[in-house]
Design a protein. Structure first.
Length: 76
C-alpha cells in the first residue's frame, strides 16, 4: 500500500466521522471512491446483504444517488 493511498484512506475515515455518516453510508462511500481498482467483491457482497434491511436499503440508495449526482467528483 502506497503512502498516498494510506493518506486518502485516512482522509476518507476522518470525513466519514466529521460528516456523521453511518457505517452503511461509509461503506457506500468506500465502494464508490475514485480508486482505479473499484470495489472488491467483499464490499459489494456486504452492501448487497445490507439491502435486505429496510433502513440500510434507504441509506444505500440515498448515498448512491448523492454520489452519482456529485458533479465535482465525476470521473472523466
Amino acid at each position: 500500500m502506497s503512502l498516498q493511498h494510506f493518506g486518502k484512506g485516512a482522509l476518507r475515515i476522518a470525513k466519514n466521522y466529521t460528516k456523521g455518516y453511518s457505517d452503511t453510508q461509509a461503506k457506500v462511500r468506500d465502494a464508490t471512491s475514485n480508486d482505479p481498482w473499484g470495489p472488491s467483491g467483499t464490499q459489494m457482497n456486504e452492501l448487497a446483504q445490507l439491502t435486505y434491511n429496510q433502513n440500510d436499503f434507504v441509506e444505500i440508495m440515498e448515498m448512491l444517488d448523492k454520489r452519482l449526482n456529485d458533479k465535482v467528483a465525476h470521473r472523466a
